[in-house]
Ligand binder design. Sequence first.
Ligand code: DGY
Length: 420
Amino acid sequence: MNLDQQARAILRGNDKGGYTVPTHGLYPYQWNWDSAFAAWGFSTFDVPRAWDELDTLMASQWSDGMVPHIIFHQDDPGYFPGPDVWNTGQTPPTSGISQPPVAATMARQIWEVDRDAGEARMRALFPKLLKWHRWWHEFRCTHGPAAITHPWESGRDNCPDWDKGMEGVDGSGVGEYTRRDTGHVDASMRPKKEEYDRYITMVQFGVKVGWDQARIVAEGPFLMADPGITFILLRGHEDLAVMGRALGEDVSEIEGWTHQLRNALPLIWNPELRAYDAKNLLTGEFAGVLGSGAFMAYLADASNPELDAELLRVWDAVNYGIPSADPEASIFDPRRYWRGPSWPFANALMAIGLRDAGRDDLEERLRRETAALIEAHGFYEYFDPIDMTPCGGADFTWTAAIWLTWAGKDVAETHQKGAA
Ligand code: DGY
Protein backbone atom coordinates (compact mmCIF):
# COMPACT_ATOMS: atom_id res chain seq x y z
CA MET A 1 0.00 0.00 0.00
CA ASN A 2 1.25 3.49 -0.74
CA LEU A 3 1.00 6.21 1.92
CA ASP A 4 -2.32 7.58 0.62
CA GLN A 5 -3.83 4.12 0.84
CA GLN A 6 -2.36 3.58 4.29
CA ALA A 7 -3.76 6.91 5.48
CA ARG A 8 -7.24 6.06 4.23
CA ALA A 9 -6.99 2.64 5.87
CA ILE A 10 -6.09 4.29 9.19
CA LEU A 11 -9.13 6.56 9.02
CA ARG A 12 -11.38 3.63 8.14
CA GLY A 13 -9.75 1.45 10.81
CA ASN A 14 -10.22 4.09 13.53
CA ASP A 15 -13.82 4.72 12.45
CA LYS A 16 -16.16 3.39 15.12
CA GLY A 17 -19.27 4.21 13.07
CA GLY A 18 -20.05 7.94 12.97
CA TYR A 19 -17.03 8.89 15.04
CA THR A 20 -13.32 8.22 14.86
CA VAL A 21 -10.95 7.39 17.73
CA PRO A 22 -7.56 9.19 17.62
CA THR A 23 -5.79 5.82 17.93
CA HIS A 24 -6.72 2.46 19.39
CA GLY A 25 -5.51 1.79 22.94
CA LEU A 26 -4.17 5.15 24.08
CA TYR A 27 -7.25 7.20 23.11
CA PRO A 28 -10.27 4.89 22.73
CA TYR A 29 -13.04 7.55 22.61
CA GLN A 30 -14.04 10.54 20.49
CA TRP A 31 -11.81 13.57 21.10
CA ASN A 32 -13.07 16.96 20.03
CA TRP A 33 -10.30 18.47 17.92
CA ASP A 34 -9.01 15.10 16.74
CA SER A 35 -12.49 14.49 15.37
CA ALA A 36 -12.53 17.78 13.46
CA PHE A 37 -9.25 16.82 11.78
CA ALA A 38 -10.62 13.34 11.06
CA ALA A 39 -13.52 15.03 9.25
CA TRP A 40 -11.05 17.03 7.13
CA GLY A 41 -9.24 13.80 6.24
CA PHE A 42 -12.47 12.01 5.30
CA SER A 43 -13.38 14.93 3.02
CA THR A 44 -10.64 13.81 0.61
CA PHE A 45 -12.47 10.58 -0.21
CA ASP A 46 -15.89 10.48 1.49
CA VAL A 47 -17.51 13.90 1.97
CA PRO A 48 -20.75 12.65 3.60
CA ARG A 49 -18.67 10.74 6.17
CA ALA A 50 -16.76 13.95 6.87
CA TRP A 51 -19.99 15.79 7.74
CA ASP A 52 -21.16 12.81 9.83
CA GLU A 53 -18.06 13.14 12.00
CA LEU A 54 -18.85 16.79 12.80
CA ASP A 55 -22.52 15.95 13.41
CA THR A 56 -21.59 13.25 15.93
CA LEU A 57 -19.25 15.65 17.70
CA MET A 58 -21.84 18.43 17.92
CA ALA A 59 -24.55 15.99 19.03
CA SER A 60 -22.86 15.91 22.45
CA GLN A 61 -23.03 19.67 22.92
CA TRP A 62 -24.08 20.60 26.44
CA SER A 63 -27.18 22.74 26.98
CA ASP A 64 -24.93 25.69 27.90
CA GLY A 65 -23.23 25.39 24.47
CA MET A 66 -20.00 23.67 25.47
CA VAL A 67 -18.73 20.92 23.18
CA PRO A 68 -16.78 18.58 25.46
CA HIS A 69 -13.25 17.44 24.84
CA ILE A 70 -14.02 13.71 25.13
CA ILE A 71 -17.21 11.81 24.36
CA PHE A 72 -17.24 8.40 26.01
CA HIS A 73 -19.43 6.51 23.56
CA GLN A 74 -18.61 3.08 24.97
CA ASP A 75 -16.80 2.25 28.17
CA ASP A 76 -13.14 1.27 27.81
CA PRO A 77 -11.14 0.23 30.86
CA GLY A 78 -7.90 0.96 28.98
CA TYR A 79 -8.29 4.73 29.48
CA PHE A 80 -7.94 6.86 32.58
CA PRO A 81 -9.64 9.16 33.62
CA GLY A 82 -12.83 7.61 32.28
CA PRO A 83 -16.48 8.66 32.55
CA ASP A 84 -16.84 7.70 36.22
CA VAL A 85 -14.02 10.08 37.17
CA TRP A 86 -15.44 13.00 35.18
CA ASN A 87 -18.95 12.27 36.43
CA THR A 88 -20.63 15.00 34.35
CA GLY A 89 -24.06 13.35 34.16
CA GLN A 90 -24.25 13.69 30.36
CA THR A 91 -25.62 11.03 28.01
CA PRO A 92 -23.48 9.69 26.42
CA PRO A 93 -20.98 10.51 29.17
CA THR A 94 -18.50 13.26 28.38
CA SER A 95 -15.62 15.11 29.99
CA GLY A 96 -16.37 18.48 31.61
CA ILE A 97 -14.01 20.77 29.70
CA SER A 98 -13.76 21.75 26.04
CA GLN A 99 -10.94 21.69 23.49
CA PRO A 100 -9.64 24.09 20.79
CA PRO A 101 -12.55 25.10 18.53
CA VAL A 102 -11.12 24.03 15.18
CA ALA A 103 -14.43 22.52 14.02
CA ALA A 104 -15.63 25.66 12.18
CA THR A 105 -12.34 25.94 10.32
CA MET A 106 -12.41 22.26 9.40
CA ALA A 107 -16.09 22.58 8.38
CA ARG A 108 -15.09 25.36 6.03
CA GLN A 109 -12.38 23.19 4.47
CA ILE A 110 -14.96 20.45 3.89
CA TRP A 111 -17.58 22.90 2.62
CA GLU A 112 -15.06 24.26 0.10
CA VAL A 113 -14.65 20.75 -1.38
CA ASP A 114 -18.28 20.79 -2.53
CA ARG A 115 -20.38 23.77 -1.46
CA ASP A 116 -23.56 22.49 -3.09
CA ALA A 117 -23.36 19.12 -1.37
CA GLY A 118 -22.36 20.80 1.87
CA GLU A 119 -25.07 23.42 2.01
CA ALA A 120 -27.73 21.41 3.84
CA ARG A 121 -25.14 19.83 6.14
CA MET A 122 -23.67 23.21 7.02
CA ARG A 123 -27.07 24.76 7.52
CA ALA A 124 -27.80 22.15 10.18
CA LEU A 125 -24.42 22.58 11.83
CA PHE A 126 -24.31 26.38 11.80
CA PRO A 127 -26.50 27.09 14.90
CA LYS A 128 -24.57 24.54 16.93
CA LEU A 129 -21.18 25.97 16.01
CA LEU A 130 -22.55 29.45 16.73
CA LYS A 131 -23.73 28.32 20.16
CA TRP A 132 -20.35 26.77 20.93
CA HIS A 133 -18.49 29.93 19.90
CA ARG A 134 -20.89 31.93 22.10
CA TRP A 135 -20.03 29.56 24.98
CA TRP A 136 -16.35 30.48 24.59
CA HIS A 137 -17.19 34.14 24.97
CA GLU A 138 -19.56 33.64 27.90
CA PHE A 139 -17.46 31.19 29.89
CA ARG A 140 -13.86 31.48 28.75
CA CYS A 141 -13.24 34.97 27.33
CA THR A 142 -14.28 36.71 30.55
CA HIS A 143 -10.84 38.35 30.86
CA GLY A 144 -10.50 39.20 27.14
CA PRO A 145 -8.45 36.47 25.43
CA ALA A 146 -9.67 32.86 25.46
CA ALA A 147 -8.76 31.13 28.70
CA ILE A 148 -8.52 27.50 29.76
CA THR A 149 -9.53 25.98 33.09
CA HIS A 150 -7.46 22.80 32.66
CA PRO A 151 -4.30 22.22 30.57
CA TRP A 152 -6.19 19.48 28.68
CA GLU A 153 -8.61 22.13 27.45
CA SER A 154 -5.76 23.65 25.41
CA GLY A 155 -5.15 20.33 23.66
CA ARG A 156 -1.45 21.02 24.35
CA ASP A 157 -1.56 19.27 27.70
CA ASN A 158 1.89 19.52 29.25
CA CYS A 159 3.40 22.35 27.20
CA PRO A 160 5.54 24.78 29.22
CA ASP A 161 2.89 27.50 28.78
CA TRP A 162 1.00 26.05 31.73
CA ASP A 163 3.90 25.49 34.15
CA LYS A 164 3.25 28.65 36.18
CA GLY A 165 -0.46 27.96 36.50
CA MET A 166 0.23 24.34 37.39
CA GLU A 167 2.47 25.45 40.29
CA GLY A 168 -0.63 26.94 41.89
CA VAL A 169 -2.51 23.62 41.84
CA ASP A 170 -2.01 21.43 44.89
CA GLY A 171 -2.08 17.82 43.69
CA SER A 172 -1.14 16.29 47.04
CA GLY A 173 -4.68 15.30 48.01
CA VAL A 174 -5.53 13.53 44.76
CA GLY A 175 -5.71 10.03 46.26
CA GLU A 176 -4.89 6.71 44.61
CA TYR A 177 -5.31 6.22 40.87
CA THR A 178 -3.74 4.18 38.09
CA ARG A 179 -2.65 5.83 34.89
CA ARG A 180 -3.34 3.89 31.71
CA ASP A 181 -1.50 6.05 29.15
CA THR A 182 1.91 4.77 30.23
CA GLY A 183 0.71 1.22 29.64
CA HIS A 184 0.32 2.06 25.94
CA VAL A 185 3.24 4.42 25.37
CA ASP A 186 6.75 4.85 26.79
CA ALA A 187 6.51 6.95 29.99
CA SER A 188 9.36 9.21 28.82
CA MET A 189 7.09 10.46 26.02
CA ARG A 190 4.15 11.33 28.30
CA PRO A 191 3.47 13.94 31.03
CA LYS A 192 5.04 13.28 34.44
CA LYS A 193 3.33 11.98 37.60
CA GLU A 194 3.36 15.42 39.34
CA GLU A 195 1.51 16.77 36.32
CA TYR A 196 -1.05 13.94 36.38
CA ASP A 197 -1.72 14.49 40.10
CA ARG A 198 -2.63 18.08 39.29
CA TYR A 199 -4.66 17.19 36.17
CA ILE A 200 -6.80 14.83 38.21
CA THR A 201 -7.13 17.32 41.07
CA MET A 202 -8.59 19.83 38.61
CA VAL A 203 -11.07 17.24 37.38
CA GLN A 204 -12.04 16.57 41.01
CA PHE A 205 -12.69 20.30 41.47
CA GLY A 206 -15.07 20.30 38.50
CA VAL A 207 -16.96 17.35 39.98
CA LYS A 208 -17.13 19.13 43.34
CA VAL A 209 -18.88 22.17 41.83
CA GLY A 210 -21.15 20.06 39.62
CA TRP A 211 -19.33 21.24 36.47
CA ASP A 212 -20.74 24.74 36.94
CA GLN A 213 -18.51 26.49 34.37
CA ALA A 214 -18.92 29.97 35.88
CA ARG A 215 -17.78 28.65 39.27
CA ILE A 216 -14.86 26.79 37.71
CA VAL A 217 -13.66 30.07 36.15
CA ALA A 218 -14.30 32.12 39.31
CA GLU A 219 -13.11 29.68 41.98
CA GLY A 220 -11.10 26.96 40.25
CA PRO A 221 -7.41 26.32 40.91
CA PHE A 222 -6.24 27.04 37.34
CA LEU A 223 -7.09 29.75 34.81
CA MET A 224 -4.70 30.74 32.05
CA ALA A 225 -5.11 32.74 28.83
CA ASP A 226 -4.21 30.53 25.88
CA PRO A 227 -2.82 32.23 22.74
CA GLY A 228 -3.43 29.00 20.78
CA ILE A 229 -7.16 28.89 21.47
CA THR A 230 -7.48 32.65 21.12
CA PHE A 231 -6.16 32.49 17.55
CA ILE A 232 -8.03 29.31 16.69
CA LEU A 233 -11.28 30.86 17.93
CA LEU A 234 -10.64 34.08 16.01
CA ARG A 235 -10.00 32.08 12.87
CA GLY A 236 -13.05 29.93 13.59
CA HIS A 237 -15.21 33.05 13.89
CA GLU A 238 -14.00 34.22 10.50
CA ASP A 239 -14.66 30.86 8.83
CA LEU A 240 -18.08 30.62 10.47
CA ALA A 241 -18.96 34.13 9.32
CA VAL A 242 -17.96 33.34 5.71
CA MET A 243 -20.20 30.27 5.68
CA GLY A 244 -22.98 32.10 7.54
CA ARG A 245 -23.04 34.91 4.98
CA ALA A 246 -23.20 32.39 2.13
CA LEU A 247 -26.13 30.71 3.86
CA GLY A 248 -27.91 34.04 4.35
CA GLU A 249 -27.52 33.95 8.14
CA ASP A 250 -27.10 36.98 10.36
CA VAL A 251 -23.42 37.05 11.32
CA SER A 252 -23.33 40.32 13.27
CA GLU A 253 -22.88 38.53 16.59
CA ILE A 254 -19.84 36.71 15.19
CA GLU A 255 -18.41 39.96 13.88
CA GLY A 256 -18.78 41.43 17.37
CA TRP A 257 -16.84 38.53 18.93
CA THR A 258 -14.11 38.90 16.32
CA HIS A 259 -13.77 42.54 17.18
CA GLN A 260 -13.62 41.82 20.93
CA LEU A 261 -11.03 39.12 20.58
CA ARG A 262 -8.82 41.17 18.28
CA ASN A 263 -8.92 44.02 20.79
CA ALA A 264 -7.79 41.59 23.49
CA LEU A 265 -4.63 40.49 21.65
CA PRO A 266 -2.37 43.16 23.26
CA LEU A 267 -3.12 41.49 26.62
CA ILE A 268 -1.30 38.34 25.52
CA TRP A 269 1.62 40.06 23.77
CA ASN A 270 4.71 39.76 25.96
CA PRO A 271 7.18 42.44 24.82
CA GLU A 272 10.06 40.78 26.67
CA LEU A 273 9.47 37.52 24.86
CA ARG A 274 8.75 39.37 21.59
CA ALA A 275 5.85 36.98 21.12
CA TYR A 276 2.32 36.13 22.20
CA ASP A 277 2.47 34.39 25.54
CA ALA A 278 0.17 32.44 27.84
CA LYS A 279 -0.82 34.36 30.98
CA ASN A 280 -1.83 33.17 34.42
CA LEU A 281 -5.10 35.01 34.97
CA LEU A 282 -5.04 34.23 38.70
CA THR A 283 -1.79 36.19 39.19
CA GLY A 284 -1.49 38.34 36.05
CA GLU A 285 1.90 36.79 35.33
CA PHE A 286 3.06 35.82 31.83
CA ALA A 287 4.29 32.26 31.27
CA GLY A 288 7.49 33.81 29.89
CA VAL A 289 8.11 30.93 27.49
CA LEU A 290 7.61 30.70 23.77
CA GLY A 291 5.12 27.96 22.91
CA SER A 292 3.58 26.67 19.69
CA GLY A 293 0.28 28.42 20.53
CA ALA A 294 1.91 31.74 19.68
CA PHE A 295 2.43 30.64 16.08
CA MET A 296 -1.28 30.00 15.65
CA ALA A 297 -1.28 33.81 15.18
CA TYR A 298 -0.78 33.17 11.46
CA LEU A 299 -4.21 31.56 11.37
CA ALA A 300 -5.79 34.78 12.55
CA ASP A 301 -3.75 37.25 10.54
CA ALA A 302 -2.09 38.44 13.75
CA SER A 303 1.61 37.92 13.09
CA ASN A 304 4.23 40.66 12.96
CA PRO A 305 7.98 40.86 12.17
CA GLU A 306 9.02 40.13 15.77
CA LEU A 307 6.96 36.94 15.83
CA ASP A 308 8.29 35.99 12.37
CA ALA A 309 11.82 36.25 13.77
CA GLU A 310 10.97 34.06 16.76
CA LEU A 311 9.33 31.48 14.51
CA LEU A 312 12.47 31.19 12.40
CA ARG A 313 14.70 31.06 15.45
CA VAL A 314 12.94 28.06 17.01
CA TRP A 315 12.34 26.36 13.69
CA ASP A 316 15.96 26.72 12.51
CA ALA A 317 17.10 25.14 15.78
CA VAL A 318 15.53 21.78 14.77
CA ASN A 319 15.24 19.76 11.57
CA TYR A 320 11.67 18.60 11.12
CA GLY A 321 8.71 20.91 11.54
CA ILE A 322 7.88 23.53 14.13
CA PRO A 323 8.78 22.30 17.63
CA SER A 324 6.10 22.43 20.33
CA ALA A 325 8.48 24.18 22.74
CA ASP A 326 11.48 26.44 22.39
CA PRO A 327 14.57 24.26 21.63
CA GLU A 328 16.84 26.92 23.11
CA ALA A 329 14.99 26.97 26.46
CA SER A 330 15.93 24.73 29.39
CA ILE A 331 12.47 23.10 29.46
CA PHE A 332 12.92 21.62 25.96
CA ASP A 333 12.43 17.86 25.91
CA PRO A 334 12.34 16.63 22.27
CA ARG A 335 10.32 13.46 22.88
CA ARG A 336 8.03 14.43 25.74
CA TYR A 337 4.58 15.16 24.34
CA TRP A 338 4.09 18.97 24.12
CA ARG A 339 7.50 19.96 25.51
CA GLY A 340 9.40 19.77 22.24
CA PRO A 341 8.16 17.26 19.65
CA SER A 342 6.91 18.22 16.21
CA TRP A 343 3.23 17.39 15.78
CA PRO A 344 2.18 16.86 12.14
CA PHE A 345 -1.39 18.06 12.67
CA ALA A 346 -0.18 21.24 14.43
CA ASN A 347 2.20 21.85 11.54
CA ALA A 348 -0.77 21.50 9.17
CA LEU A 349 -2.79 24.03 11.15
CA MET A 350 0.08 26.51 11.17
CA ALA A 351 0.52 25.88 7.44
CA ILE A 352 -3.04 27.03 6.76
CA GLY A 353 -2.11 30.24 8.55
CA LEU A 354 1.23 30.63 6.77
CA ARG A 355 -0.43 30.14 3.41
CA ASP A 356 -3.08 32.73 4.19
CA ALA A 357 -0.34 35.11 5.35
CA GLY A 358 1.24 34.74 1.89
CA ARG A 359 4.25 32.87 3.30
CA ASP A 360 4.27 30.16 0.63
CA ASP A 361 8.01 29.60 1.13
CA LEU A 362 7.48 28.73 4.78
CA GLU A 363 4.42 26.62 4.08
CA GLU A 364 6.36 24.58 1.52
CA ARG A 365 9.25 24.07 3.94
CA LEU A 366 6.86 22.95 6.65
CA ARG A 367 5.09 20.58 4.31
CA ARG A 368 8.35 19.00 3.14
CA GLU A 369 9.65 18.52 6.67
CA THR A 370 6.35 17.07 7.93
CA ALA A 371 6.08 14.75 4.94
CA ALA A 372 9.64 13.52 5.59
CA LEU A 373 8.66 12.40 9.11
CA ILE A 374 5.67 10.43 7.87
CA GLU A 375 7.55 8.98 4.90
CA ALA A 376 10.33 7.78 7.21
CA HIS A 377 8.27 6.33 10.06
CA GLY A 378 4.55 6.30 9.30
CA PHE A 379 1.57 7.94 10.93
CA TYR A 380 2.76 8.53 14.50
CA GLU A 381 1.22 10.98 16.93
CA TYR A 382 4.35 13.17 17.19
CA PHE A 383 8.07 13.04 16.39
CA ASP A 384 11.41 14.12 17.80
CA PRO A 385 12.03 17.28 15.69
CA ILE A 386 15.79 16.74 15.67
CA ASP A 387 16.34 13.06 14.89
CA MET A 388 12.83 12.03 13.65
CA THR A 389 12.23 9.41 16.37
CA PRO A 390 8.53 8.49 16.13
CA CYS A 391 6.70 9.04 19.45
CA GLY A 392 3.35 8.47 21.14
CA GLY A 393 0.60 6.45 19.46
CA ALA A 394 0.92 4.78 16.03
CA ASP A 395 -1.65 4.79 13.20
CA PHE A 396 -2.90 8.13 14.40
CA THR A 397 -6.06 9.58 12.88
CA TRP A 398 -5.06 13.22 12.55
CA THR A 399 -1.61 12.38 11.19
CA ALA A 400 -3.32 10.27 8.49
CA ALA A 401 -5.84 13.08 7.89
CA ILE A 402 -3.24 15.77 7.35
CA TRP A 403 -1.25 13.48 5.06
CA LEU A 404 -4.30 13.25 2.79
CA THR A 405 -5.23 16.93 2.98
CA TRP A 406 -1.83 18.59 3.04
CA ALA A 407 1.46 16.86 3.85
CA GLY A 408 1.19 14.26 1.10
CA LYS A 409 0.16 16.75 -1.56
CA ASP A 410 2.05 19.13 -3.81
CA VAL A 411 1.56 22.61 -2.50
CA ALA A 412 0.29 23.70 -5.94
CA GLU A 413 -2.44 21.09 -5.60
CA THR A 414 -3.56 22.31 -2.15
CA HIS A 415 -3.61 25.92 -3.38
CA GLN A 416 -5.81 24.99 -6.26
CA LYS A 417 -8.20 23.27 -3.88
CA GLY A 418 -8.24 26.26 -1.55
CA ALA A 419 -9.07 28.59 -4.42
CA ALA A 420 -11.81 26.40 -5.92
C1 DGY B 1 -4.85 12.41 27.57
O1 DGY B 1 -5.49 11.53 28.12
O2 DGY B 1 -3.63 12.48 27.54
C2 DGY B 1 -5.56 13.44 26.84
O3 DGY B 1 -4.72 14.29 26.15
C3 DGY B 1 -6.46 14.22 27.73
O4 DGY B 1 -7.32 14.84 26.85
